[in-house]
Write a protein that binds this ligand. Structure first.
Ligand SMILES: Cc1cc2nc3c(=O)[nH]c(=O)nc-3n(C[C@H](O)[C@H](O)[C@H](O)COP(=O)(O)OP(=O)(O)OC[C@H]3O[C@@H](n4cnc5c(N)ncnc54)[C@H](O)[C@@H]3O)c2cc1C
Length: 548
C-alpha cells in the first residue's frame, strides 16, 4: 500500500489543499461549451479515478465576460457535511453547486463511529471493519480493564463518499473544482421585483439578496444562500474574537507490524496505562499533567491503526510530544512497525463560543460549532443534522413568494456597510457584510434550536472539567463515567441526551465518583457550572449576537 500523509484539523487541511492546487487526485476537468447555466463555461469531471464512480459530474468553468452562474445554494466544501446537504437540497429541485479543490478525492480522515449511530442513519453498509466490543484500560490492574458492549466500526471513506457523491449527481448538483477565496453578500436597496431584474428567471423571485463566492480561478458563483462546510478550516463563518477552544490532538499511524497484543474482536477505545513511562521521568511528569491515551483499531494480526490522543488540552499537545509518547508506548508493548501506510495528524478545536448566530453565511459541522466539545466526535452527529438543515433551506427557498424586507438582527452600531457592489450587475443591490438576512436567520434558528444550545452549554462545561483533570483524576472520571447506565454514557457520547437527561447524567456521575473526585469536581468544576447555568438562563440571542 502507498504511504499517505493525512493532515487534518483547524485550517490545516485546506491550506494543504491550497498548496497542492485545485486539481483533484487523478482527476482532469474537460471544459466544454454551452448548456446550463447560461453564461458559464461548463465541463465534466470524470470521477472514476478516485471514487470509482462511472457517471460524470457537471462542473463549472471560469466565468465569461464577468458574468456569474446562479444557484439557490452554493456549498463550500465537499466533506461529509457539504455533500449530505447538497444531495438533499438538490433532491427538492433546487440548483446547488459544491466548491471543493478535490471534489472526487477520497476523504483523508480515519473515521471511527459507534455502529448504532450509523445504523440509525441507514449507513451501516458504509463501514469497512466492525468490532463487537470496545476496551478501556484505566490503569494496569486487572480491575482497571473495562469492556464496552457497544459495537464500533471504521467508516469506509470511499464508499460513504461515493454514496453521497452519486446521490448528488443523480440530483444534478454541480461541482466546481477550486478553492473558494471570498464570499461577498449583497442586499437589495429596496423591496419588490428585483429578483426578476437580475435575470433569475428560473429561480424563485426573492428580495433577500444574494452572495457571490469567488473561486481560486476567478470563477464567480452566485447563490441565494451560501453554506460554509469547510470543516475545522472555518473559512467563512465568523466566530467571536474571544474564541478560545480546547484542542483534541492526535498522532495516528496505519501500520504493518510484526505482531501486536490486542484482541481482534475489540477495538481499543482508550488506553490510559502509563507503565511505558516508568523510566522516563520527564515524559511521565508531562503525561501526569496532560494525559494522553492510545486509541487502536486492529484490522488483523499484523495491520493496525494506532493513535496517541490528547482528549482535550489548551493549548494543544504538540504533535512531536504525541509522537514521542507513542514511540515509548509501542516499544513497551513490543510493537515493531515494519511499514507505515498512513500517517494522520489530527487537531480538532472543541467547545468555546459558537459562531455569531445568525449571520449571512450558513454553517454546518465544524463551521457551525457542532463538534462534540467533550469528545471531538462529529461525523455521525453532523450526518444526522444535515437533513434538518437541508429541509430548513428547502423550506425557506420553497415558498416562491418574495420575502419583503430583510430582518437584520444586528445592533445599530454594526449596520451594513454601504459599499456599492463592484461585481453586481445591478444598481439594485448594495454589498453588505456578513449580517444575517431573513433567509439565513431561519436556517441558523433551525441549526441551533434552544434545546441544542442548552445541551452544548453542558458539553462545554464537561470539556472545561476534562481540561482541569490530571492523569489520576482522568482515570477516576472515566471509571465513574463507564459505570453509568448505557443510556447515559452512550447517550452523552452520541449527543442524544436532552437537558433534563444531562442533569440526571451529571448527578449520577457525581454519585458514582469517589470522595476525592467529588471534591475535585466541585473545586475545579464550580466556576464552569455557574457559567453553564448562567449561559442557559441568559438564552440564545443575548449570548451569540455580534457585540456592538
Ligand atoms: C484527522 C481527523 C480525524 C477525525 N476522526 C473522527 C472520527 O473518528 N470520528 C468522528 O466522528 N469525527 C472525526 N473527526 C472530526 C471530523 O472533522 C468530522 O467528523 C468530519 O470530517 C466533518 O466533516 P465536514 O464535512 O464538516 O468537514 P471536512 O471533512 O473537514 O470537509 C471540509 C471540506 O471542505 C474543503 N475546503 C476547505 N476549505 C475550502 C475552501 N476554501 N474552498 C473549498 N473547499 C474547501 C476541504 O477540502 C474538505 O473537503 C476527525 C477529524 C480529523 C481532522
Amino acid at each position: 500500500m502507498r504511504t499517505r500523509r493525512v493532515v487534518g484539523g483547524q485550517g490545516v487541511g485546506w491550506r494543504r489543499c491550497a498548496r497542492e492546487g485545485t486539481t483533484g487526485r487523478g482527476v482532469s476537468a474537460v471544459v466544454g461549451r454551452g448548456g446550463v447555466p447560461r453564461c458559464v463555461r461548463q465541463g465534466r469531471v470524470a470521477a472514476a479515478s478516485a471514487l470509482g464512480v462511472e457517471r460524470e459530474a457537471t462542473t463549472e468553468g471560469a466565468s465569461e465576460e464577468g458574468r456569474t452562474a446562479t444557484y439557490d445554494l452554493v456549498i463550500v466544501g465537499a466533506g461529509p457535511s457539504g455533500l449530505a446537504v447538497a444531495e438533499r437540497v438538490a433532491s427538492s429541485g433546487r440548483k446547488v453547486c459544491v466548491v471543493d479543490p478535490k471534489p472526487t478525492a477520497v476523504w483523508p480522515n480515519n473515521y471511527g463511529v459507534w455502529i448504532d449511530e450509523f445504523e440509525a442513519l441507514g449507513l451501516e453498509d458504509c463501514l469497512d471493519k466492525t468490532w463487537s466490543e470496545a476496551t478501556v484500560f484505566l490503569d494496569s490492574g486487572a480491575e482497571d480493564e473495562k469492556t464496552l458492549r457497544r459495537p464500533y466500526g471504521r467508516v469506509d471513506r470511499k464508499k460513504l463518499k461515493t454514496r453521497l457523491y452519486e446521490r448528488c449527481l443523480e440530483h444534478e448538483v454541480r461541482f466546481k473544482e477550486a478553492l473558494a477565496k471570498e464570499v461577498k453578500n449583497f442586499t437589495p436597496k429596496g423591496a419588490g421585483g428585483v429578483g426578476g431584474a437580475m435575470g433569475w428567471d428560473n429561480l424563485p423571485l426573492s428580495v433577500s439578496g444574494y452572495s457571490v463566492v469567488t473561486c481560486s480561478d476567478g470563477t464567480e458563483l452566485r447563490g441565494k444562500l451560501v453554506l460554509d462546510a469547510t470543516g475545522h478550516a472555518k473559512k467563512f463563518v465568523q466566530f467571536r474574537d474571544d474564541y478560545d477552544p480546547g484542542y483534541q490532538g492526535a498522532y495516528g499511524v496505519l501500520v504493518e507490524v510484526d505482531k501486536h497484543p490486542f484482541d481482534l474482536d475489540k477495538m481499543l477505545f482508550m488506553d490510559w496505562r502509563d507503565d511505558h513511562l516508568r523510566d522516563l521521568p520527564e515524559l511521565k511528569a508531562r503525561n501526569d499533567r496532560t494525559p494522553t491515551f492510545l486509541y487502536a483499531m486492529p484490522f488483523s494480526e499484523t495491520e493496525i491503526f494506532l493513535e496517541e490522543t490528547s482528549l482535550v488540552a489548551r493549548p494543544a499537545v504538540p504533535f512531536d510530544d504525541l509522537k514521542e509518547r507513542m514511540e515509548a508506548r509501542l516499544k513497551h508493548l513490543g510493537i515493531n512497525i515494519k511499514s507505515v501506510h498512513e500517517e494522520e495528524f489530527c487537531l480538532i478545536p472543541m467547545g468555546s463560543s459558537l459562531p455569531y448566530v445568525p449571520q449571512r453565511v450558513l454553517g454546518i459541522g465544524g463551521t457551525a460549532g457542532m463538534v462534540h466539545p467533550s469528545t471531538g466526535y462529529m461525523v455521525s452527529r453532523m450526518l444526522g443534522a444535515a437533513p434538518g438543515l437541508a429541509d430548513s433551506i428547502i423550506d425557506i427557498l420553497g415558498g416562491g413568494q418574495p420575502k419583503i424586507g430583510s430582518e437584520v438582527r444586528m445592533p445599530a452600531a454594526s449596520s451594513p456597510r454601504q459599499a456599492e457592489s463592484s461585481s453586481s450587475s445591478s444598481d439594485a443591490f448594495v454589498e453588505t457584510g456578513n449580517e444575517a438576512n431573513d433567509l439565513s436567520v431561519e436556517v441558523w434558528d433551525a441549526a441551533w434550536p434552544e434545546e441544542r444550545l442548552a445541551q452544548r452549554e453542558f458539553f462545554n462545561f464537561g470539556m472545561e472539567v476534562l481540561l482541569s483533570l490530571d492523569l489520576a483524576n482522568t482515570r477516576e472520571f472515566f471509571s465513574a463515567f463507564f459505570s453509568l447506565s448505557d443510556f447515559h454514557w452512550q447517550g452523552f457520547l452520541s449527543s442524544r441526551l436532552s437537558l433534563p437527561e444531562l442533569i440526571v447524567f451529571g448527578l449520577s456521575l457525581f454519585s458514582k465518583s469517589s470522595w476525592d473526585m467529588r471534591f475535585s469536581l466541585v473545586a475545579k468544576g464550580l466556576p464552569g457550572l455557574v457559567g453553564m447555568l448562567a449561559g442557559i438562563a441568559r438564552g440564545t440571542d443575548k449570548r451569540y449576537l455580534k457585540d456592538n
